[in-house]
Write a protein that binds this ligand. Structure first.
Ligand SMILES: Cc1cc2nc3c(=O)[nH]c(=O)nc-3n(C[C@H](O)[C@H](O)[C@H](O)COP(=O)(O)O)c2cc1C
Length: 449
């Protein structure tokens, strides 16, 4: 955990050159209706009994829209296993494509980002879904491209294909989806009533894709997306993940717990983007952050302590076992996991190493709390001023282009984050006071099509 520090207000005045050279932060919000911190839904204030319904996520999205956030973001997985243990940890209750369609009708400015797996779907399906969503929402849609690490047995597979194979498929998947969106010229719809031509056949093209994984003739049977292409989001941190993200994504979600390491990651990532002939400025790197905000330090600490009291140690143990692939039955909470049990290997994800490094220096009890708090993302407890200052330090230091805000609990932790922290960033000139531009791509400052 990082405890926010306070500095004199003078340093916080935004330097002019920053505004000119970097624009402002991009902020999105992770939509976990149970709250990002595991077990936060046990709070008597939560709306746990409404999860699955539209009203509560509409309220969340409208709250984010009132705060002028660029977008809300829905993760996804195809694995309900934890529910058999009475646990909703890591279970995504809202199927993103259907959910974004409903939210598009209830919102007007905020971006809507949803996850779809390249391992468990087909490009023609995903291209149609996201083209439709983008048109329904007038250009506010983003696709978070994932290769999934669980769910094989729900799709007729014994185990997940290895990461390299998944990423090879993902690369071709995105290529095909992009060709399909481009299969309609911008001005293909002519509505020529006289000649009886709604679309001009000259301006709609077959793609005739023949590749290792997909044979797709095209064209798409849905008009070109309002943004040309929906915003593309990616979160891989392995070599193959970074290769895909730096080739195609406009926004990169990432897990960074240390500012210096994040700066290195940021610099390296942007270099790789440029090496691929793309503009580094147009690719936004957004680490996750879970701010527990209070008007005073005492208020923030009380909320933090309250949320900590909800953490279930037994399911926390299972989370550690699952996320770290390690056996801990015989360990007390005051023990450390013996290093020899945590064996690295090519199938390990980057975040596994983050957890491993933490486990090497902390007790099992502390590790359970840490993973339950923010699943490896940075989390902070403090006043809006102190937390804003820390976020600004990361932004000014080029450790990131903004943040994916993880609301610790819903609605209490989320409201404190949106109503106290975001205005603090706005007052200091680091975050927009209103929406500009007309599409999510324009508002995010990424490439236009
Ligand atoms: C903020 C964030 C959100 C993510 N959302 C999803 C998701 O919804 N579904 C999923 O399968 N993976 C998700 N991931 C995992 C990534 O897609 C990726 O698999 C992970 O970061 C490991 O990278 P690697 O596969 O390149 O090793 C997310 C990761 C981050 C940091």
């Amino acid at each position: 955990m990082l405890r926010a520090r306070t500095r004199s207000a003078g340093i916080l005045t935004r330097r002019r050159y920053c505004m000119e050279s970097r624009g402002q932060m991009v902020l999105t919000m992770f939509m976990l209706a149970f709250g990002y911190q595991n077990d936060a839904w046990r709070s008597p204030d939560s709306r746990a009994d409404e999860v699955g319904g539209l009203d509560m996520i509409t309220d969340m999205t409208l709250a984010a829209e009132r705060s002028k956030l660029h977008a809300v973001f829905f993760a996804d997985s195809a694995d309900g296993g934890p529910l058999l243990g009475g646990d909703n940890r890591g279970v995504t209750v809202y199927e993103p494509v259907a959910t974004l369609g409903a939210l598009a009708a209830r919102t007007s400015h905020i971006g809507l980002i949803g996850t779809a797996s390249t391992t468990f779907s087909e490009p023609y399906t995903v291209a149609r879904q996201f083209a439709t969503l983008d048109n329904l929402s007038k250009g506010r849609i983003g696709w978070n491209i994932v290769t999934s690490f669980t769910g094989a047995r729900n799709y007729g597979l014994e185990e997940m294909p290895d990461p390299e194979a998944r990423y090879r498929r993902a690369g071709e998947f995105v290529e095909v989806a992009t060709k399909l969106w481009d299969s309609w010229d911008r001005d293909a719809i002519i509505s020529d009533r006289e000649r009886g031509l709604w679309a001009d056949p000259e301006r709609i093209h077959r793609i005739n894709h023949r590749g290792e994984h997909f044979q797709v003739e095209g064209p798409l049977n849905i008009p070109r997306p309002a943004q040309g292409r929906p915003l593309l989001v990616q979160a891989g941190q392995s070599e193959a993940g970074i290769d895909l993200g730096s080739s195609v994504a406009d926004v990169i979600y990432t897990m960074q717990s240390d500012q210096e390491r994040s700066k290195v990651f940021y610099r390296d990532y942007k270099r790789r983007v440029e090496a691929k002939g793309r503009s580094a400025e147009h690719v936004k790197l957004l680490p996750g952050i879970m701010p527990i905000v209070g008007r005073t330090d005492k208020e923030a600490q009380e909320l933090s302590d309250e949320l900590a009291s909800y953490i279930r140690i037994d399911s926390g143990r299972r989370t550690v076992e699952k996320m770290m692939d390690v056996q801990i039955d015989d360990l007390e909470l005051t023990d450390r996991i013996p290093p020899e049990r945590m064996v690295d290997g090519p199938r390990r994800m980057d975040r596994w190493r983050v957890y491993r490094d933490y486990a090497l220096e902390h007790t099992l009890g502390e590790l359970i709390t840490e993973l339950s708090r923010a699943m490896g993302h940075r989390w902070m407890v403090g006043t809006p001023g102190a937390i804003a200052e820390n976020l600004i330090e990361w932004f000014d230091g080029r450790a990131c282009d903004g943040f994916n805000l993880n609301p610790p609990s819903v609605p209490v932790g989320m409201n404190a984050m949106l109503e106290l922290l975001v205005p603090e960033l706005q007052e200091r000139g680091y975050f927009q006071h209103d929406y500009t531009g007309s599409t999510l791509r324009e508002r995010m400052g990424v490439q236009q099509f």
